[in-house]
Structure formats: C-alpha cells, structure tokens
Design a protein around this ligand. Structure first.
Ligand SMILES: Nc1ncnc2c1ncn2[C@@H]1O[C@H](COP(=O)(O)OP(=O)(O)O)[C@@H](O)[C@H]1O
Ligand SMILES: [Mg+2]
Length: 385
C-alpha cells in the first residue's frame, strides 16, 4: 500500500522540536546539510560503512557553547552496513523521534528499492515521493511519457536498431555496475550490431538489457542541466525559479575528448568506445536569449507534473538538456529531486539563484529557506509527502 501523504503530513506537522534535515550520505548530502546548517537547522546523515568519514569526520559540525556553528555542517552521522539498512523500520522510529525530514536524492532512489520508499518508508520526505519512479527508463510510465504528455521536446525514439538512420545513443545499464551506464552510440544498424557485440563480449553490457534499451536520436550540442526550484508556498507566477546550470564530467568520455585525434586512433577499438560514468560536474550559464525558452520548459514541466502526479513537483528539480544550433534545448533526462550537479554551487550559491535572492543561494540552502518559510506560516505539510 502506498504511503499516504496525509500520514506524513501529520507526522511532520506534529514534530514538537524544530525539524532536523536528513539525507543519505552520498550524491548531494553536503550541499543539503550546508544549506540547512546555514539556515539554522540541525543536520543528520545516514551513512554507509566505508563512506562515513566524509560526514562523521571531515564535515562534522562543531558548535560553540551557544550552539553557533564554527566548523562543518553535519551534526550527526549514523552509520549502517548498507544504505538500505539506514531506513529499516527500527531506524525510521528513531528518525521520527529526532523530527527528521528526509531529502530525497538519487542515492536514496538508487540504493533503497523504490517499492520500499513508496510503501514502507514512514518518514516525511521533503519533495515528491510519488514521482521518484519516473526516473527509471525501464518503467512503462517514465519521464519520457510525462515530458511527451506535457508537450516538452524529447529526443526522437527509435522503435528498434533497424530504424537507426543517423547518430543515435543507446541507453542501457552497465552489465556489472548496475547503477552505471553501458551507453554507446551508433549511426547505422550495422554499427549498432558491431558495437553491441563488442560490448557484450567485453562484459560491458548484456543481451537482455540491450533488448530493452532505449535508442534515441543523438542531439548534437552541449549539455545544459537546468537546476530549478518550485515553491508551492507562493503565488503560481512566482513559484518557479531557475537557480543554476551544470554539466557532467564523464569517464572515459571526457578523457577521450581531451586527446588529439591521432592519439585517439592509437587506442584499441574497445577503448575508443567511451564510457559515461559521472565523476564530477562543471558550472555553466546559458546565452541570455535562451532563458525565456528555458523558463517555458520549466513551467510546462511543473504543470505536467501537477496534472499527472499530484501534488506534482515540490522543491528542486533538474531538466537535463542538449542545446542544438537553433538554440532549442531537448530534454534527455529529468531529476525530480535535487540534481547531483547542484554540487557545483554548494555554499557559493547558484548564479541565477544569487541574482534572484540577493545572497548566495545554493540548492541546499534554497530548500532550507523553503522549510523555514513553511514553518513560519505553519504550512510544512505542503512540502512533504
Ligand atoms: N539524446 C541524447 N543526445 C546526446 N547526448 C545524450 C543524449 N542522451 C544522453 N546523452 C548524454 O549521455 C549522458 C547521460 O544521459 P542520461 O540520459 O542523463 O543518463 P542517466 O539517466 O544515466 O543520467 C548525458 O549527460 C549526455 O551527455
Ligand atoms: Mg542523467
């Protein structure tokens, strides 16, 4: 049975102490904690053994006798053998006792099964619990169906490899590292066959994954990931904010493109096929005349999410696009929660967010500002699911 929103609203609004902002210790946890700490909240990280020192040690909060933060931003770290165990029912009880509001990010929806988040995670989530599943490309109802229904531009999908008639990208998981990608490109059915056979042979992808892979037109142009924020607390015309723009750094792709062509050609056929493992992020701004269209896309996404997944998007979300030479962004992926690339503006604030708020406004801080706003008007229920 899906968790009822009303139950989560009762828990959140029934907290007797100020809420503690919590997140799994990965992805954007430092940004979330930094922003929350800046706004005066206490923070809690649910860490996995072997990855806990970042939070428990290096970013541990130190406060003076008056409680003022003098170093770091993470008040408490609870460490578990696995992330999935960090939200076990016995832990949920403790999280509610500590007045925790959990911020969802991709590590939560990757390391904790979606069925569990939807049906068993009885801790208020700051954001849209019912939307997390649409990020899974293999779902029948996914972000592509939502974008299509909302009239948003997505890359043209190929019905199968035989339809490939120009550069396409084939999206499927990595054979062994299931959370990573086994993407490759092909410009013809023949190239698809040769490359996929090679990748299956190398153990990079599997035949069953290939059979259900999404094949879509490759959009030629730079990647712009637009980090938005939607506030349900203010009039609709003020509710959408563009905070910042990021791009990903991917291995081995970004290593390959830093080599001159002659050196690329010296590599084995196998190493010439790039891998797309995200290892970091860079910052961007967008040509100003494109902003109007960027906001249009953001607004349409908000409307589509509200009509299909009520209450719709709450808080941070990210539209990942390639922008073609006509200046048109095509959305190839969506984050229905804080995007990983928001880390680029951790603590510094996002360029557009700062221009709007007149002070450094990172995604983590923006979320904490929203919680404060809700608390001041006794409307916390509107932010949780
Ligand atoms: N249709 C496309 N055209 C061009 N590049 C693409 C396209 N789809 C994805 N990419 C590239 O592949 C990367 C990962 O794609 P994405 O769909 O975001 O996968 P994931 O869901 O694993 O994040 C993007 O950052 C972009 O560089
Ligand atoms: Mg992506």
């Amino acid at each position: 049975m899906p968790i009822e929103r009303a139950a989560m609203q009762r828990i959140a609004t029934g907290y007797e102490r100020p809420p503690v902002i919590g997140a799994l210790g990965s992805h954007s946890a430092i940004d979330i904690a930094d922003g929350a700490a800046h706004e005066g909240f206490h923070t809690l990280i649910l860490a996995q053994q072997g990855r806990e020192r970042t939070y428990a040690n290096y970013f541990r909060a130190q406060r003076d006798s008056s409680g003022k933060l003098v170093r770091g931003c993470i008040d408490e770290t609870w460490t578990f053998p696995t992330f999935a165990e960090s939200v076990a029912p016995s832990v949920q009880e403790r999280l509610r006792q500590e007045s925790v509001l959990l911020v969802p990010h991709r590590a939560l929806s990757s390391y904790v099964p979606l069925e569990f988040i939807e049906n068993e995670l009885e801790v208020p989530i700051l954001g849209s619990r019912n939307m997390l599943r649409i990020e899974e490309r293999t779902e029948r109802e996914n972000y592509y169906t939502l974008l299509k229904a909302g009239g948003l531009p997505i890359p043209e999908a190929m019905p199968g490899p035989d339809a490939i008639d120009g550069l396409c990208i084939v999206k499927l998981p990595h054979a062994a590292r299931r959370l990573e990608r086994g993407f490759f490109t092909a410009a013809s059915p023949e190239e698809f066959r040769i490359k996929s056979e090679q990748l299956i042979h190398d153990g990079t992808i599997t035949a069953p994954d290939l059979a259900t892979a999404r094949i879509e037109k490759y959009v030629l142009g730079p990647v712009f990931n637009f980090n938005f924020f939607y506030s349900p607390l203010v009039p609709r015309e003020d509710a959408l904010e563009l905070l910042g723009v990021d791009e990903r750094r991917e291995s081995s792709l970004d290593g390959l493109v830093r080599l001159p062509a002659a050196q690329q050609l010296e590599m084995s056929a196998r190493h010439r096929i790039p891998e797309y493992t995200v290892v970091g992020h860079g910052t961007l701004t967008v040509r100003e005349s494109l902003l109007e269209e960027v906001y249009r896309l953001g607004e349409r996404f908000v409307e589509a999410s509200r009509s299909r997944y009520a209450p719709g998007i709450i808080g941070p979300f990210c539209l990942q696009t390639c922008v073609d030479s006509a200046g048109q962004p095509t959305i190839f992926d969506v984050a229905v929660r804080i995007g990983g690339g928001t880390n680029i503006h951790l603590s510094l604030g996002h360029p557009y967010g700062n221009a709007l708020w007149r002070e450094p406004m990172s995604s983590g801080r923006r979320l904490a500002v929203e919680v404060k706003h809700a608390l001041s008007e006794e409307r916390l229920g509107e932010l949780v699911t």
